[in-house]
Design a protein. Structure first.
Length: 217
């Protein structure tokens, strides 16, 4: 009597083939039924608020408002009057994130720098990290660049004022958690580097109300 092993092997191979096709069909169905993604290009200046959290729009609008305020304050004309009409030299220092969420303060400080420089009302110097890289380059030039092109040492322009500050936030939520508010409080101070006097203090508040939708069956 012949053993039935060949029949068992043939049956097992067929089942593997069927399972393979079923798996491919299942993956195809998942791909067809899965969520679609649509990408739309918009202007970087477009106001967007998807989550209600601090975003690039907040950083840009707060920077524009606060720099307009600081440049319109009496300290600027007073400095020019005491320095033969020269514009002050400003540097943006640290802006601390003291809120309850992650905020990339580097984006905010870059917006502050851009608004200050583009105003034409002040002169601006590089931040400490940038100065270290520039100083290294200047030292290299003393050894490797020609005498006519090597930049001189100890010719840096010292800043007259430093802009520093912080960003705070307060979150309030309803008992049902369907509505919440986020209150952002940005404080900036302009400090005289030589005397530690505060030449200007500015504040900008943002309040957002977030309402969550209800899914209905």
């Amino acid at each position: 009597m012949q053993p039935a092993t060949p029949l068992i092997i043939l049956y097992d191979t067929n089942m593997k083939t069927i399972n393979h096709y079923l798996l491919l069909l299942f993956i195809a169905l998942l791909a067809a039924c899965g969520p679609t993604q649509k990408v739309e290009r918009v202007s970087p200046d477009t106001t967007t608020d998807l989550s209600g959290r601090w975003n690039d729009t907040d950083a840009r609008l707060v920077a524009q408002t606060m720099i307009k305020d600081v440049l319109g304050s009496p300290w600027l004309e007073r400095f020019r009057k005491n320095h033969d009409g020269k514009n002050p030299v400003v540097i943006v220092g640290p802006v601390r994130n003291e809120s309850m969420e992650h905020i990339d303060t580097e984006v905010f400080t870059t917006d502050l720098e851009r608004e200050l420089i583009n105003s034409g009302e002040v002169r601006f110097v590089a931040d400490p990290q940038q100065r270290e890289a520039i100083r290294k380059e200047r030292m290299d030039q003393q050894s490797y660049s020609s005498y006519d092109t090597a930049k001189r040492l100890a010719q840096e322009v010292g800043a007259d004022f430093m802009l520093i500050g912080n960003v705070n936030s307060i979150v309030d939520q309803s008992l049902s958690r369907k509505t919440s508010t986020i209150f952002y409080d940005t404080n900036l101070e302009l400090v005289n580097i030589e005397t530690n006097e505060k030449a200007w203090i500015g504040n900008k508040k943002i309040k957002k109300v977030i309402k969550r939708g209800i899914f209905r069956g």
